[in-house]
Design a protein around this ligand. Structure first.
Ligand code: HPA
Ligand code: ZN
Length: 339
């Protein structure tokens, strides 16, 4: 029998829920802050890490938006992506569909092109260096108004061939998916995929709205869907992929102990759950750690761990041939590594 950590880090996997701004490690934050002469309200890396004690989503978001201020140039965004893909590669990641928040940057005066050009370069670097493929998902900040989301979609027009889809993130409570019905409809008419954070802190009704009003292809998080049996059954029936983020849930107090995490329940129910890191620099672990700590806390079997990896490909926006190639690679790995 191989050791669990070795098995998990070797298992081919995709990451489907990753905010690239949330992969900004304190070391890079300091380096960019210094280079760009942007003040950081902390003196040391240790002080930054100590500040990452959150009691809810908003607590985290306040610090996360502040951290993003150090990102000023295309090279900064490229460096951010380079660091992330290096970590993903070390964790057995072979594909990622990464979120970015354009309004976080355009609202502080950066042109839309700066963030996206830097990220696209980082994505090309990952393919050249590691053979990692990736797609970009542009998220609208739900605490802002619909007009801002339409401005963002307009700014994205020159890049629509390089953007896979749109998403919805930021403060969930009080900002239901229906607030963005029209911009999601416009995104659909451009041929973009659609995802939305729902049921992280918000109620099951927000998951219904994401499905019925935004017509999403995936639900990001989705934990609170389990409070509604009919909704749970529907998600199973429709084979809806959930991009679940266990260490994020722990850090943001969605759960209070990893042993209480619903990941195993989701798998037992037949839900298409995947395991992801969300904002790894803030939540204490990249995708491999999310698999490992969840598997340890819940006693997941190797078959269940393999199922999570398969779900990460079948729930991706890759084409059918690529999905089938990756699923076969998961099976081949599992066969050789003694399930
Ligand atoms: N939830 C909502 N918005 C976010 C998150 C999250 O976990 N991370 C970054 N933006
Ligand atoms: Zn998220």
């Amino acid at each position: 029998m191989q050791d669990l950590e070795h098995f998990i880090r070797g298992l081919p996997k995709a990451e489907l829920h990753l905010h690239i701004e949330g992969s900004l490690e304190p070391e890079l934050m300091f380096a960019l802050g210094q280079r760009n002469k942007v003040d950081i309200p902390f003196k040391t890396v240790e002080e930054v890490r100590a500040a990452y004690a959150f009691s809810n989503l908003q607590d985290f978001l306040d610090i996360y938006y502040q951290g993003a201020n150090v990102l000023q140039t295309e090279q900064d965004f490229q460096a951010l992506a380079n660091d992330y893909f290096k970590r993903l590669h070390a964790d057995g990641g072979v594909h990622a569909e990464i979120f970015f928040d354009p309004e976080t940057h355009t609202d502080r005066g950066l042109p839309f092109s700066v963030a996206i050009e830097g990220l696209l370069q980082g994505m090309r670097d990952a393919e050249a260096e590691y053979g990692i493929t990736s797609k970009l998902i542009m998220c609208f900040l739900r605490h802002l108004d619909e007009e801002s989301s339409f401005r963002t979609l307009k700014a994205a027009e020159p890049y629509l061939d390089r953007i896979a889809g749109v998403g919805l993130d930021s403060s969930e409570k009080g900002h239901p998916p229906s607030k963005f019905a029209r911009v999601f409809k416009a995104a659909k008419s451009h041929g973009l995929k659609r995802v939305a954070h729902a049921g992280e802190e918000g109620p099951p009704e927000y998951v219904y709205e994401a499905l019925d009003v935004l017509h999403v292809d995936r639900i990001d998080h989705g934990n609170r869907a389990l409070e509604d049996a009919a909704l749970t059954q529907r998600l199973v029936r429709e084979e809806m992929t959930l991009t679940v983020c266990p260490l994020s849930n722990l850090k943001l107090c969605v759960i209070h102990d990893l042993k209480d995490h619903p990941m195993k329940r989701m798998l037992d129910l037949g839900m298409k759950a995947t395991c992801n890191s969300d904002d790894p620099a803030y939540f204490g672990g990249y995708v491999g750690d999310n698999y490992l700590r969840t598997a340890e806390a819940l006693g997941l079997s190797r078959a269940e761990i393999v199922q999570l990896a398969k779900n990460s490909f079948t729930g991706s926006f890759l084409d059918a041939a690529a999905i089938s190639k990756h699923v076969m690679a998961v099976d081949a790995f599992a066969a050789v590594n003694q399930l």
